[in-house]
Ligand binder design. Structure first.
Ligand code: HEM
Length: 233
């Protein structure tokens, strides 16, 4: 099923007359400071169903030189009703890095994929994921992962080499399914087709981190200094 409803508009309608004209759209992306990892993320909530959201958070170094590849930290919080969630960094399913993740006990598995058509994506070696020591967990209602990605924001797609602008708003795509993955500890597990796909607008400017490499280091991960070459770790 493909949700095209505007939930904010529906919420506005639900408020009913006479307050109808007062309703305003919620900002699409906000800054979220994660006290656990210390990163400042841009955050978007994507409707997985009419009553549940997937939260997509992206952090990147401040002052990335124009056109230069850069690492990101991706944090996603998903309801336990979902068997997998995905993010398409180029804004569509085909020919761009796909981050696919599924719950796996306490620590979700994150898998790098790439699709050449509207069929099961294959594994993709152009992007590498490193889990942070914090921010990977699950509880009775949600599962969450937090990873560094090298290669998510620069890729060779249908339009040649493309780098996602770290300073602007960008349309990304997401997908999810309630169907569970049968061998969730494997990064090459088969995933059932999505029940839902849709688009989110991520305002990267809300997730710039001047101390990106130092924060990675605090979370047990090296690298990530792109755009911050003079930063002291
Ligand atoms: C078993 C795996 C998958 C299969 C079989 C599959 C199949 C398909 C098919 C048949 C469509 C077109 C259907 C329609 O128009 O309603 C589609 C569209 C789409 N899929 Fe997938 N898909 C898979 C995984 C993924 C993943 C992992 C993502 C993102 C992380 C994704 C994102 C999208 C998006 C955004 C669209 C909308 C059209 C587009 O952007 O190309 N899909 N998929």
């Amino acid at each position: 099923m493909h949700f095209t409803y505007n939930l904010a508009a529906l919420a506005g309608l639900a408020q009913g007359w006479p307050n109808f004209e007062k309703h305003s759209l919620v900002p699409r992306a906000i800054s979220y400071i994660d006290s656990e990892t210390g990163f400042t993320f841009s955050e978007t909530r994507a409707a997985a169903t009419l009553s549940s959201n997937i939260v997509y958070r992206i952090a990147q170094p401040a002052n990335v030189p124009s056109g230069q590849p850069y690492d990101v930290v991706l944090q996603v919080v998903a309801p336990n009703s979902l068997g997998w969630v995905g993010l398409a960094w180029g804004g569509s399913m085909i020919r761009n890095p796909l981050t696919v993740a599924y719950p796996n006990g306490q620590k979700p598995t994150v898998s790098s994929r790439w699709a050449t058509g509207h069929s099961t994506p294959q594994q993709y070696t152009g992007a590498a994921y490193t889990p942070l020591t914090k921010g990977n967990k699950s509880n009775g209602t949600h599962w969450q992962f937090t990873v560094k990605c090298t290669g998510c924001t620069t890729y060779t797609g249908s339009a040649g080499e493309t780098t996602v602008d770290p300073t602007g708003s960008k349309r990304l795509a997401f997908a999810c399914a309630s169907g569970k993955v049968s061998n969730p500890s494997s990064t090459s597990a088969s995933i059932p087709v999505h029940d839902v796909y849709n688009y989110i607008t991520q305002d990267f400017s809300a997730g710039a981190n001047a101390n990106f490499a130092a924060l990675l280091s605090k979370n047990g991960v090296s690298g990530g200094a792109t755009g911050n070459a003079t930063e002291k770790v």
